[in-house]
Design a protein around this ligand. Structure first.
Ligand SMILES: [Zn+2]
Length: 105
């Protein structure tokens, strides 16, 4: 039996992840715009985020998932699960705050 009916493979997966990436970037941009307008502060340290800093800068704004996506994949697109953080705090926080600590807050 030929396997001609099999469609897509990696190509479909790539297009899917491209679409998710576009969706993520749009959501991220929307949240960042709101946070900037509200002068939101870093969820971890409460400090001001440097809105002029770009990605590799530790003070640059980054989107933090309150409940890690690895714990609750269904919350990946939930804006209420997303907080503003410094890039540095976010990377440190992932290690410092386990899911238990985060739930306790
Ligand atoms: Zn911070």
């Amino acid at each position: 039996m030929p396997r001609g009916g099999r469609r897509g493979g990696p190509g479909v997966a790539e297009r899917q992840s491209d679409r998710n990436r576009g969706r993520y970037l749009r959501l991220r941009k929307m949240l960042m715009t709101n946070w900037r307008a509200q002068r939101a502060r870093c969820w971890f340290c409460g400090g001001e985020v440097d809105w002029t800093a770009r990605h590799p800068d530790p003070r640059s704004p980054e989107l933090h998932h309150l409940v890690p996506v690895s714990v609750a994949p269904q919350l990946e697109w939930d804006p209420t699960n997303m907080k503003l953080s410094h890039r540095l705090c976010n990377s440190l926080g992932q290690a410092a705050f386990g899911p238990t600590t985060i739930r306790a807050r």
